[in-house]
Write a protein that binds this ligand. Structure first.
Ligand code: ADP
Length: 254
């Protein structure tokens, strides 16, 4: 531990923000937050603040990128200049290019892209404030935005990272745990199929630690999936209520 580093687990087994090792940060999700995009979602996970927007399926541009047998899926993960303590250049960094690629792959596994050949589906993930685990929270939000856009999905993808801090496996690392921890394992998962669509590892774990981390991450993805389903239901209930109100007011004025 170098001088600037602090203990990440206290004598009671609690973490810097008071969480237990297997506890998620507080999560809030909202679907359909943007009018102009075909689908959108907002997520807060800890201090992460992330918006995801989806356009499409729409005609592929430029035309030569179109595929005859399925939709082309494009993804941009981008951190706003004000999302981190020191202003970040708005130009895409190597890290953002990598995260755009792995996010696209994590979501592509869930999209029934063969239903819309010759089209493109564009996914934008904008990190407004970053607090560790932003690629996972971005995937969780983007999957909701895809569902909101009406893109046919096999199922929704949920994602969560697991880390190793002070020699212990812990769920959903915050920024300081991400930076000071010994390992970081982001996981994206489709609950019904039991399919892992993203698995990365930064740092090193023993085989036992890896298996413990994977089990913990998958259980968390299942919980996050329940929250996603609730967020989608809230959106559809509010759309239904608005339609009923419109219908009632039309009847009253007729
Ligand atoms: P993830 O956000 O998926 O955990 P990383 O492990 O690469 O991705 O990053 C961990 C955290 O480091 C980010 O959530 C963010 O808070 C911070 N971070 C990433 N890039 C920068 C940057 N350019 N400047 C400052 N902090 C950054």
């Amino acid at each position: 531990m170098n001088e600037a580093e602090i203990n990440l687990i206290d004598e009671n087994g609690l973490r810097v923000d008071g969480r237990r090792l297997d506890e998620l940060r507080p999560i809030k999700m909202e679907v359909g937050v943007l009018d102009k995009a075909d689908g959108s979602a907002y997520i807060e996970q800890g201090k992460n603040r992330i918006i995801a927007a989806v356009y499409g399926p729409r005609e592929a541009h430029p035309k030569h990128i179109a595929l005859a047998d399925r939709a082309v899926i494009k993804c941009r993960y981008h951190m706003a200049p004000f999302s981190v303590e020191e202003r970040k250049s708005p130009a895409p960094s190597r890290r953002e290019l990598e995260l755009s690629k792995v996010t696209r792959e994590a979501l592509e596994a869930s999209v029934m892209s063969e239903v819309y050949p010759r089209t493109s589906i564009d996914i934008f993930i904008e990190i407004l404030q970053s607090d560790g685990g932003s690629r996972c929270a971005g995937i969780t939000a983007a999957s909701l935005a895809l569902a909101d856009a009406g893109v046919p999905l096999k199922e929704i993808v949920a994602a969560c990272a697991v880390c190793k801090i002070d020699g212990k496996i812990a769920l959903d690392p915050s920024d300081i745990e991400d930076k000071q921890g010994d390992a970081d394992l982001p996981i994206a998962f489709m609950s019904k199929a039991g399919t892992i669509t993203l698995l990365q590892m930064d740092g090193s774990l023993t085989e036992d630690e890896f298996n413990q981390a994977l089990d913990m991450g998958i259980a968390a993805c299942r919980k996050i999936n329940d929250l996603q389903v609730e967020a989608l239901k809230r959106k559809y209930i509010s759309v239904k209520e608005q339609a009923e109100e419109r219908h009632e007011s039309q009847e009253a004025t007729a």
